[in-house]
Design a protein around this ligand. Structure first.
Ligand code: SAM
Length: 484
């Protein structure tokens, strides 16, 4: 007779501890800087800090953060992170997709479905728990003494995950089982409609952890105010209410089809959910991390609330969506796009072609024109063409669509491009970015614009202009042009 899940939990723990042991020896795992994104051309001058979007398996990303990154002046983050929220796959035994809408001529559009991530595990739930265990241990190492962790899960494996979390963070440090309840989905003929997820909340050290009491509205049943002495009452469109301490059951709508937040990434969570968590468990100087970033909700909310943040994801569709969603935020602070030192990366970046001349981005010869005064000039950069190999790993229908677009307007394949007008040959620092729509919707946002006009300070030195592009499949290309 095969063993039950409970009987196999000791295996999960011993396997997890061995994995931690192994990864702890990897002092060479490091972060590689792909791009400094400088959307608002400003940085917090007082600190060396950059927010980070890391593409790669989070086991390696966290190990690299524990090691620190001397190239970019990042010290070890051991014991430095105040809040970790994670929303890992739930052991739902399904694959998840991202929708890509492409222009098909001037009026029509066409939608492709692209693999985003898998939630199917070798060895089922045990394989799932074995994957999470060492990652949770590294999260504990990164948490500060005033830190908290929120682990988002659901009925599939949540009960087993709770046991694992108790083992790692201590049962005595468990604070709340938050029920996130929503209206959509979950209806079945054979079960009660499944309308909630669970978020387990632990403090690293209950005596030191940050916790800001949040208030929520509690509506009076009748229309009239209670008029209790000392209790302040308010009225809105729904009636009279008082403010009470936030409960552990949160009614927050999922991101709906017509929501401005929606980026068409399966399992995207609402910003309101993260707002609550970040407001409760951070101060303004806190670092917030989400190592299963997905569409980037945690980083986006942290950015909007002025917190420092780190996010990672193993999938490149996720990373490109996050990058665009972050730049969309007005006044988004600069951030670094990292990948993991290649020897260690297990990411799912598709390898389609041995011939490294593909993909190829062709850019016209840049021109220089007058800017608004004598000390500045305008660099005019125009994309010319884009080449992809024929043997893309796509199903027949998608391949036909892609080949058709490639024949007519190959630049429509570009998802994102950016420019560093003063490339130093090492660090790509983009001060200009353009990308297909994300949170900004509309037909004319289905393709990138093809020309950039960038105002820069005049220089007497020759200039190197570096242009990077990422296409809808996640392939990157880079072109460096000399401007004498
Ligand atoms: C449920 S989604 C997260 C959704 C996210 N909370 C949001 O609001 O969009 C889980 C994410 O975990 C990522 N993931 C799975 N295993 C990972 C790993 N080992 N390292 C990094 N990311 C991983 C998947 O690619 C997926 O994007």
């Amino acid at each position: 007779m095969s063993k039950s899940l409970i009987e196999m939990l000791p295996d999960v723990i011993s396997h997890g501890k061995r994995e931690v042991e192994k990864i702890s020896q990897c002092l060479k795992i490091s972060l590689e800087t792909n791009e400094y994104i400088l959307p608002a051309e400003k940085n917090d001058k007082n600190t060396n800090w950059f927010n980070r979007l890391i593409h790669g398996d989070n086991l390696f990303a966290m190990r690299a953060l524990l090691n620190g990154d001397s190239d970019t002046g990042l010290p070890s983050l051991r014991g430095k992170i105040d809040l970790i929220y994670i929303d890992p796959p739930f052991d739902s035994k399904a694959d998840y997709q991202r929708k890509i809408t492409l222009p098909d001529g001037d009026i029509e559009t066409i939608t492709l479905k692209q693999f985003a991530y898998s939630d199917i595990w070798v060895d089922g739930t045990i394989g799932y728990l074995k994957t999470l265990y060492p990652r949770l241990v590294l999260m504990k190492e990164l948490l500060s003494e005033r830190g908290s962790i929120y682990v988002h899960c659901d009925w599939h494996a949540g009960h087993y995950l709770k046991i694992i979390l108790d083992d790692i963070f201590g049962k005595e440090n468990f604070v709340n089982e938050i029920v996130w309840s929503y209206k959509s989905g979950g209806v079945s003929k054979n079960t009660f409609a499944r309308k909630h997820d669970t978020i387990f909340f632990y403090k690293k050290n209950p005596n030191k952890a940050i916790f800001n009491v949040l208030k929520e509205k509690s509506y009076n049943r009748g229309l009239k105010p209670y008029r209790f002495k000392g209790v302040e009452e308010f009225e809105d469109d729904f009636g009279w209410y008082t403010l009470v301490n936030c409960k552990d059951v949160w009614d927050i709508d999922m991101v709906g089809r017509s929501s401005g937040e929606r980026v068409d990434y399966a399992t995207q969570k609402p910003e309101k959910l993260l707002e609550r968590i970040i407001m409760a468990s951070t101060y303004s100087d806190s670092i917030v991390a989400d190592f299963f970033g997905g569409s980037g909700t945690t980083a986006v909310v942290a950015e909007k609330l002025g917190r420092r943040w780190i996010t990672s994801d193993v999938g490149w569709p996720s990373c490109v969506i996050m990058r665009k969603r972050l730049i969309d935020i007005p006044e988004c602070r600069p951030f670094i796009c990292n990948s993991i030192n290649k020897d260690c990366s297990l990411d799912r970046m598709p390898q389609i072609c041995d011939n490294n001349s593909f993909p190829k981005l062709a850019v016209k010869k840049p021109t220089v024109t007058r800017a608004y005064d004598d000390t500045h000039e305008t660099l005019n950069i125009e994309l010319d063409n884009y080449l992809l190999p024929d043997n893309l790993p796509l199903d027949t229908k998608s391949n036909t669509v892609v080949q058709k677009i490639m024949k007519k307007s190959p630049l429509d394949m570009i998802e994102y491009w950016s420019v560093d007008p003063d490339y130093n040959g090492q660090n790509f620092r983009s001060i200009w970015q353009n990308y297909r729509g994300n949170t900004r919707k509309g037909k004319n946002l289905l393709r990138v614009i093809h020309d950039a006009h960038i105002v820069v300070q005049k220089t007497h030195r020759p200039r190197k202009i570096c242009i990077k592009a990422i296409d809808i499949f996640g392939f990157e290309s880079m072109t460096v042009l000399d401007l004498p």
